[in-house]
Design a binder for this molecule. Sequence first.
Ligand SMILES: [Zn+2]
Length: 367
Amino acid sequence: MADRLAVFFDPSIFDHDTGQGFFEAPASPCLPVIETHPENAERVRNMHGVLRDGPIAEALDWFGAEAATRSDLERFHAPAYIDELEAIPAEETRAYSSTTIFGPGSFAILCRAAGLTVAAASHVFDGRGMLAYALVRPPGHHAQPQMADGYCFFNNIGVAIESLRARGLKTAAVIDWDVHHGNGTQEGYYDDPDVLTISLHMNHGAWGPTHPQSGDVDEAGSGAGLGKNLNIPMPWGSGDEAYLRVFDAVVAPAVREHRPEILFIAAGQDANQFDPNGRQLLDMNGFYRLGLRARALADECCGGRMVLVQEGGYQVSYAAYCLHATLDGVLKRAPGLPDPIAYMREDSSGIDDFVKQWQQRYAEATS
Ligand SMILES: [Zn+2]
């Protein structure tokens, strides 16, 4: 029988209102057109649409889920931080930074997104299926135990892993290929030897008080968790070949060594070459091959148990196409959609040097 993927989704996630403006730079009074916030409902409407109506639709089963409970959230997040978000009046908009916007009624939506992720993880952990994907927003991987950051409030993957650990899960791995550093997940598991966290990201460094982590190689974990946090700050302009080479040379061996029971993918599409918030060059073929590789790794290391969770991806149309390509790869299907726009190849001549330097620095950081 052909593989199937369980998709966890609830339409209430469209209601998280992040507003309008030119969020990634000081407001410009000379622009007549006002953009929506990059993390908007439209991007996820297209992701939902491409899965519902694209060629992959025949391989998907759709599920809803309850909101995450207070005890679910408290396994990853500090009670005082949850209290603070919960106390925001329903009609109020609160900016946690110039770009991290909590909109009217967002608390219930954040809880629902975390609950969908918990349900996706449980679906796989309980053996009801081997593959699940949580189509959620806002993203979660910047959310730290005590702090919002980078559009994120609750760390959906962290909350899901902790819900499984409360039920007996011992080991997990997270591969985060969102183009930004998965600092929230790193922070939650920095000294934890049982949850391997790997982030491939553009080399953007720390970005202020809510994102003090540098994402550099030497943030390799601490105490018993030393060596269990891998940051791979990819040079700007890295594309398909760079990501795949690094996956093979660094990511896959680390997951093999860790032997997780379940593999989580923080699946952003903002490393695509048209993303306004990224400076990398992946195209649909790159995401397809990442999907294939992640699946092969899950099959090899954790009995095929894999949960993908939606993170960033801000080009409203192309991110949806790249999602379809990723999931085609995960399901080992032939690519179902042609790439509508990508045609520029990357300069991949420096990749081997990058991998060598990374391995040297990681060995130093963990010795
Ligand atoms: Zn991102």
